[in-house]
Design a protein around this ligand. Structure first.
Ligand code: NAD
Length: 330
């Protein structure tokens, strides 16, 4: 029986990957600081441990592990990444995890490692026009990510690639673009835009308003979790070893995303774009908007992997909305 370790198995993408690997017949060990929040883990072994500690990493990666999936990171949505308050922790915590994982994976001769990078590593200067952002893989340099989170991802991509070159580590690196779906954080400050919009629409009364941070004209694309997991597995099965985008090419304005959530609620809700001084007065920090535009560019994935995601955003939002509604009712 093949064995896999999923790091960050208590989190959103990691918990979905555990399910997928179990369906594929793997023996799975999950590792995280915390247990899964929304459903029981299906992992055969679940270790509560801090992956910043090299001894923990050494204990969870055994000699006979076939695959390591590295999803653990100190991260959150715009309210976590872009205020600046968490910069030192984000860089230090995620950096340590990745330093430990590359070292131990080489030492224990793991057959293949997946590393989850992020579209946040792309240079801000290519994402100023909301209608024409550029996120092709070869546009990564000269580097200029707009957050320390993005810089850490870029550093760690290079770390995994250096270990591949110098020590023969067999790595696959996915640059995720806004993954969403059921079993993801939906309140508390670490949630992402799709979950936040669904929650706000669910909790809003009829004839009320839904707050959107900024002017709402910034663009993004969102990939449904099932397609993210499918893409990771297809990448893992391929021979392609450079970093590659894993995202949707269905780009929308944030106000359009909010409108999808409002339509799903069936309520009469208007959009209130909170910006400038009004925002700062309410929250005590400037609008944490990030870049003006971002979209996945799937050309390389189509060419090298021969597949691309095609699940419509509105369908993914439907499942997410229903799931958050059931959570909110609890
Ligand atoms: P998540 O926050 O739900 O999961 C990350 C998990 O890592 C959490 O459960 C957390 O407890 C765990 N973790 C953090 N520090 C740890 C430590 N020191 N030791 C052990 N566990 C630790 O995030 P997610 O959405 O599932 O994202 C998974 C990965 O994908 C992350 O690396 C993230 O940066 C990357 N990514 C996600 C998105 C997205 O839209 N969800 C986009 C781009 C990149």
């Amino acid at each position: 029986m093949k064995k896999a370790v999923v790091m960050g198995a208590g989190g959103f993408i990691g918990s979905h990957m555990v399910k997928r690997l179990k369906n594929e017949g793997f023996w799975v060990r999950g590792v995280d600081l915390k247990h899964t929040e929304f459903s029981e883990t299906e992992a055969d072994d679940f270790v509560i441990g801090d992956l910043r500690d090299p001894i923990v990493v050494s204990n969870v990666i055994n000699q006979d592990m076939d695959l390591v999936y590295q999803f653990a990171a100190d991260m959150g949505g715009a309210g976590y990444i872009f205020t600046g308050d968490n910069d030192a922790n984000v860089m230090h915590n995620s950096g340590l995890i990745n330093l430990n994982v590359v070292h131990e994976s080489v030492k224990k001769q793991v057959k293949k490692v997946f590393y989850s990078s992020s579209a946040c590593m792309y240079p801000a200067y290519n994402q100023e026009d909301p209608d024409n952002p550029m996120c092709s893989e070869d546009s990564a340099y000269p580097a200029a990510p707009d957050s320390e989170y993005g810089w850490e991802k870029l550093f760690s991509e290079r770390l995994y690639m250096a270990f591949a070159r110098n020590y023969g580590l067999n790595v696959r690196i996915g640059r995720f673009h806004n993954i969403f779906g059921p079993d993801g954080t939906w309140d508390g400050g670490k949630e992402k835009a799709p979950a936040a919009m669904c929650r706000k629409a669910i909790l809003a009364g009829n004839d009320s308003s839904l707050e959107v941070w900024g002017d709402g004209l910034q663009t993004r694309s969102f990939l449904y979790i099932d397609e993210c997991i499918e893409a990771v597995q297809r990448l893992m099965d391929s021979d392609f070893t450079d970093p590659i985008n894993i995202g949707s090419e269905e780009m929308v304005q944030i106000n359009e995303l909010a409108q999808i959530a409002i339509d799903l609620s069936g309520k009469n809700i208007s959009i209130e774009n909170l910006q400038g001084d009004d925002f700062e007065k309410k929250y005590g920090f400037p609008v944490p908007e990030g870049v003006r535009g971002r979209n996945s560019d799937n050309k390389l994935f189509r060419e090298k992997i021969g597949w691309e995601p095609n699940y419509p955003l509105v369908e993914g939002m439907k499942h997410t909305f229903e799931w958050i509604k059931s959570q909110a009712e609890k």
